[in-house]
Design a protein around this ligand. Structure first.
Ligand code: ZN
Length: 260
């Protein structure tokens, strides 16, 4: 019963996330107007706006004009619901579940917005909206009054998160006179520090860079251009989610190997 409810909650939040992803990069109100078809601008009725279900019932087409509905929408809804359920299975039904659901929601919103705007010609590069990153720093600090890592660790984590990326991006800029990382990445990392404290930051930086290099290298080689803007935000979010589920176990194994 509870797992089903958590999954449905994830679908609802995933649907809301689609609104944030579509509107925050343009600075448009997320409350009004209600959603409409991007092709024909007809209003989407409430019964055509049920997460996942409506997409399946409408066979992925707008009821009014028949234009294909982007697969992005059900994908975002499903991934959010799947992760909400996974976090519930990992943490169980306790108050701290609230903190981790909020955290995962912010990480996914940042990742998807960065990814979709990076591949949208409307935008010059990927965008991580301040409402998510800076708003997320605020949420992380407030939640740390009640939960781990505690408010002091949270403040230190936010500052460390910003600095840990600012230092390499500043060095990169000095050496190449090019912006290597967007300011959005720095603020996203500060948000992660606010939620988790500073200790996991090196783990997350390591695995996000590793994933970024593995995925990015073929692009760089094939395109023969380093100007291809690969967004870093999705890798940061992915590495953080990886940490939430497997971080402690991997760090344990690593430390055991070192001190055997
Ligand atoms: Zn339409």
């Amino acid at each position: 019963m509870i797992p089903t409810l958590v999954f449905i909650l994830g679908l609802i939040f995933g649907s809301f996330m689609n609104v944030l992803i579509a509107r925050l990069p343009d600075g448009v109100s997320i409350v009004t107007p209600s959603s409409s078809c991007p092709a024909c601008a007809s209003k989407i009725r409430f019964y055509d706006n049920i997460p996942l279900l409506s997409f399946i019932l409408l066979r992925g087409k707008c009821r009014n004009c028949g234009e294909k509905i982007s697969l992005k929408y059900p994908l975002v809804e499903f991934v959010t619901a799947f992760l909400f359920l996974s976090v519930y299975i990992k943490i169980g039904f306790s108050l701290i579940l609230i903190k981790y659901l909020v955290f995962v929601f912010l990480l996914l919103t940042a990742a998807f917005t960065d990814l979709f705007t990076a591949f949208d010609e409307k935008y010059e590069c990927g965008i991580i909206p301040d409402e998510i990153s800076i708003g997320g720093i605020g949420a992380g600090l407030i939640l740390s009054f009640f939960f781990n890592p505690g408010i002091i660790n949270s403040v230190i984590g936010a500052a460390a998160g910003f600095l840990i990326l600012w230092v390499p991006s500043f060095v990169y800029y000095i050496l190449t006179k090019k912006e290597g990382m967007g300011g959005g990445d720095l603020k996203l990392f500060a948000m992660i520090g606010a939620f988790l404290g500073f200790k996991p930051l090196f783990f997350i930086l390591f695995f996000s860079s590793l994933a970024g290099v593995i995925v990015g290298l073929p692009f760089i080689v094939w395109k023969k251009s380093r100007n291809f803007p690969i967004p870093f935000g999705p890798f940061i979010s992915l590495a953080t989610i990886f940490y939430i589920f497997y971080g402690n176990r991997i760090i344990d194994i690593y430390l055991n190997k070192m001190y055997l």
